[in-house]
Design a protein around this ligand. Structure first.
Ligand code: HDE
Length: 690
């Protein structure tokens, strides 16, 4: 009788997959238990693979079809689950159930994205960021599909495909990826003066955020809230991050994309894993329609914002993201956001950009998710009851019972289930929507004609440093543009925003200033608005990261003092050493490192500390990565803490001590107090910006 084979007798690999610790049995998609997950079925030991091998064929078949088309825009993104809590109910404005009761919560799923790049591009290009929130309310899903910039490039949906074609990689060559710094984008925007306001925002530091947790979000369009009496009010939605708004510098963004293309998604993941949950306040601007009629812009024009100084933001709730998805594809990739997802109490306006979005998003889900039943995928499904007479279609997962798939019916009279009926309290389109005039015309209202006043207001509201960043960004992008007439046309548009801005850009390009473009309507002077600037507001230090560079001979007590100081601010530290195994401290103990210095350049930190003995500093001065660590931190205007011994490395890096240098250990608290700040005066000296 043949002996039972032992593990070593079995052909290679057949032992690995056998059940050992009571794991569930591996099966085919149809539930058939699989005995061997290593070897295909062959005709003889060295023979060809057999067509009969349904286990292999099913596995490869499924793998071949794992990918779905990426989003046509906003392809690269990351998301998280959480909840929304109403902190200030507004029943006088809306009947929407989520805004009725203080302390009431609803689950949310939020996805952040870049716009232009492919799914596999980087997290830190200069770009607008998507900020899409799905509220799972008890009266259906409400999707607030916004951006981190309050205005948009175009006024009418008709121009959206042109805008996206222009910014995506150029059609003939297939590059550049995830960048607006090229001919076709600037060609298009220079021919579309209405884009100039958004260009100001995109070229400002808002286009290069430090973290998804440190971005504002905006609904962009004016929406309507409708109360129980049917009275409607115009509003704009705002998300305000608890950690304040912060950006990287351009040079940092470029370097981060090399050292960590996943910088933003990793930061979101890490903070949630650490229990440091990202949080935003939800606010509304309540717009009086008589007041709106008197403004020099139209509140239905998505290239305009309503200054917060004119209409303050009223905070009505908060959102906390406290759970990362279990599976990226099933949840984040398959999430389908629809501006048409509104609930009773929330309605649209006639903003022509919003109106176009109302059919685009439903349509795109069919080509991306492949079926009209995409709403049945768990991440998209409402968490309240859902009944209607829509039936069948590809990938139908519901199994409705009975014959009632039409209405009206009288099946109940025969004792059968007649199915659902519309209720009087369901969603009703608002009756007093703004009067769009009589007849249907392809027109652009005269009130949409001013393209420059708010672009100018934006530029004038920035600090000098921020203005310089805008100039530098435009110079950089136009230097990548190869068509000179496009550069010249942009300059002629910039003159309508601000003469010095245009002149500085022209100087940066080495070009003469052309005549100003003739505006459709002359701009008016608007009061500068502090809310439009990042740097006019002090950001908290919480959520920031201090990088501590150590080497053999480091004084461990200084590291402990720094850790304490950073933690007191709600910030984190990472130890960076010559080897990840750690360093020998002055007292003989070993301090393990979180990162090896060439894998954690200083662009990954908000401030750095050089805790080195003189010998340690001399040794590090011979390592290019350590020298770059210091010279980059200096060039990026960051606070630098240092022990006396660190001097040789600071010298080698060419960094000149200034008011953002802190002696350690005495300056540990002062350093931690500067984590979110930068010494912008340095920028002039290192000439990285311009
Ligand atoms: Fe979008 N946009 N968009 N958009 N958009 C999409 O929908 C579109 C616009 C925004 O994380 C697409 O499911 C048109 C403004 C975000 O899944 C598509 C117009 C704002 C996201 C689409 C606009 C946005 C999208 C691609 C002009 C800010 C990502 C895949 C009329 C208020 C949502 C998809 C996510 C995604 C169309 C303009 C924000 C093709 C036609 C303005 C955050 O349907």
């Amino acid at each position: 009788m043949a002996k039972t084979p032992t593990k070593t007798d079995l052909p290679q690999g057949t032992g690995g997959e056998t059940q050992q610790r009571g794991e569930p049995a591996l099966t085919t998609n149809h539930g058939v238990p699989i005995s061997d997950n290593q070897n295909s079925l062959k005709s003889g030991e060295r023979g060809p693979t057999l067509l009969e091998d349904f286990v292999l064929r099913e596995k490869i078949f499924h793998f071949d079809h794992e990918r779905i088309p990426e989003r046509i825009v906003h392809a690269r993104g990351t998301g998280a689950h959480g909840y929304f809590e109403c902190t200030d109910p507004i029943p006088e404005l809306t009947s929407a159930s989520l805004f009725q009761e203080k302390g009431a919560t609803v689950p949310v799923f939020t996805r952040f994205s870049t716009v232009a790049g492919s799914k596999g591009s980087k997290d830190t290009p200069r770009d607008v960021r998507g900020f899409a929130v799905k509220f799972y309310t008890d009266e259906g899903n409400w999707d607030l599909v916004g951006n981190n910039i309050p205005v948009f490039f175009i006024q009418d949906a008709m121009k959206f495909p042109d805008l996206v074609h222009a910014v995506k990689p150029e059609a003939d060559r297939g590059f550049p990826q995830a960048a607006s710094a090229h001919d076709t984008f600037w060609d298009f925007v220079s021919l579309m003066p209405e884009s100039m306001h958004m260009i100001m925002w995109a070229m400002s530091d808002r286009g290069i955020p430090r973290s998804l947790r440190m971005m504002e979000g905006f609904g962009v369009h004016t929406f309507r809230l409708v109360n129980a009496d049917g009275k409607s009010t115009m509003v704009k939605f705002h998300w305000k991050p608890k950690l304040g708004v912060q950006s990287t510098t351009w040079d940092e963004a470029v370097k981060i994309s090399g050292v960590d293309p996943d910088y933003h998604r990793r930061d979101l993941f890490d903070s949630i894993q650490a229990g440091d949950y990202p949080e935003w306040e939800l606010g509304i601007q309540v717009i009086d329609e008589d007041w709106a009629d008197k403004q020099p812009y139209d509140v239905l024009d998505a290239t305009k914002l309503v200054p917060e100084e004119d209409v303050p933001v009223r905070i009505i709730g908060r959102m906390v993201l406290d759970r990362y998805p279990d599976n990226f594809f099933a949840e984040t990739e398959q999430a389908a956001f629809l501006p048409t997802n509104v609930v009773p109490g929330i309605d649209f306006t006639n903003d022509p950009l919003l109106q176009g979005r109302l059919f685009s998003y439903l349509d795109t889900q069919k080509s991306r998710l492949g079926t009209t039943n995409f709403h049945q995928i768990p991440i998209n499904a409402p968490k309240c009851p859902m009944h209607n007479f829509q039936r069948d279609g590809l990938m139908q997962t519901h199994v409705p019972k009975g014959r009632a798939n039409y209405e009206p019916n009288s099946l109940d009279e025969a004792g059968e289930d007649p199915g659902p009926r519309a209720s009087g309290s369901g969603f009703k389109t608002v009756q007093d929507a703004e009067n769009s005039g009589s007849g249907k015309r392809r027109v652009r209202a005269e009130t949409f004609a001013d393209h420059f006043s708010q672009a100018r207001q934006f530029y004038h509201s920035q600090t000098e440093v921020e203005q310089t960043h805008i100039v530098a960004a435009i110079v950089f992008e136009l230097s990548k543009v190869q068509l000179n007439h496009v550069r010249v046309r942009v300059l002629s548009q910039l003159r309508n925003i601000d003469e010095t801005l245009a002149q500085r850009v022209a100087d940066g390009l080495g070009l003469d200033l052309p005549d100003a473009a003739a505006p459709a309507k002359d701009p008016v002077e608007m009061k500068p608005s502090d809310a439009l600037s990042i740097l006019k507001h002090e950001a908290p230090n919480a959520g920031r990261m201090l990088g501590i560079l150590v080497a053999d001979g480091t004084d461990g007590s200084v590291v402990t003092a720094l850790r304490k100081a950073a933690e007191a601010q709600g910030a984190m530290v990472k130890i960076v050493g010559p080897k990840v195994g750690g360093v020998k401290l002055a007292d003989g103990d070993t301090l393990p490192a979180d990162e090896k210095v060439d894998g954690a350049p200083s662009v990954l930190f908000d401030a750095v500390a050089l805790v080195l003995s003189e010998d340690g500093a001399k040794q590090m001065a011979g390592e290019k990565a350590a020298v770059d660590f210091v010279s980059d931190a200096f060039a990026h205007c960051k606070a630098i803490g240092h022990t006396d011994g660190a001097a040789p490395l600071i010298k080698q890096a060419g960094a000149k001590p200034d008011s953002f240098f802190f002696e350690l250990p005495s300056g540990a608290d002062a350093l931690a107090g500067k984590l979110s700040a930068r010494n912008w005066e340095r920028e002039d000296k290192v000439k990285l910006a311009l």
